[in-house]
Design a protein around this ligand. Structure first.
Ligand code: ZN
Length: 197
């Protein structure tokens, strides 16, 4: 680590609990600015240019991932999932409810490495909104933020069919919003087949 940081005087590193404690006191928006700055610097230095798709587009993978699960509802944004299982002792069919928090991540793909470029929490917006819709709504927010942070970056979104099909169905809604040009530009590069269909 000493060599890697180029600091021969380095004697010790903080424990990860100390780092977590420090980070938890910081404003998430400020941390995001640092992340965006670091990614932009890396792109400016052209170290990843050979990983561009067709020599032009930066591949950004979008996917939701679970970060916490709880046995009890922990806040009004918790996503809820029910699953059935057989009680090993009684043989009874039972239903268990778990509450969880998921985050939608946008990761820049550079060879066999991915770098997180934007994150958006997938939140339970109300009882009658399905989880997939919550994920899609999180994507709208994420896409807008991606566009704000990386205004002129040519992007090729890599995502599963949920996004392409749903976006097509929601096309009318997107046209009405100011984010249409943002999303249209990203989507049209994402999945021409699904977009056409
Ligand atoms: Zn919660």
């Amino acid at each position: 680590m000493r060599k890697w940081l180029g600091n021969e005087d380095l004697e010790e590193l903080p424990h990860y609990d100390t780092i977590n404690d420090f980070l938890s006191r910081m404003d998430p928006a400020e941390l995001e600015k640092i992340r965006t700055y670091m990614i932009k610097e890396l792109l400016k230095k052209r170290c990843f240019d050979s990983y561009r798709i067709n020599g032009k587009y930066w591949g950004i993978a979008i996917d939701g991932t679970g970060i916490f699960t709880f046995d009890k509802k922990h806040c009004e944004h918790c996503l809820k999932r029910e699953y059935k299982y057989t009680d090993k002792e009684t043989g009874e069919e039972k239903t268990k409810i778990i509450y969880m928090h998921h985050v939608l991540e946008a990761k820049l793909i550079v060879g066999n490495m991915v770098l997180s470029v934007a994150s958006e929490f997938i939140e339970n917006e109300s009882e009658d909104v399905e989880k997939l819709d919550c994920e899609l709504n999180a994507f709208y927010r994420l896409a807008t933020r991606l566009k704000d942070s990386f205004k002129r970056l040519p992007i090729c979104i890599i995502a599963d069919s949920l996004y392409a099909c749903k976006m097509y169905l929601n096309n009318a809604r997107l046209i009405n919003g100011t984010t249409y040009s943002v999303l249209r530009k990203i989507v049209s590069k994402a999945s021409p087949m699904s977009f056409k269909r």
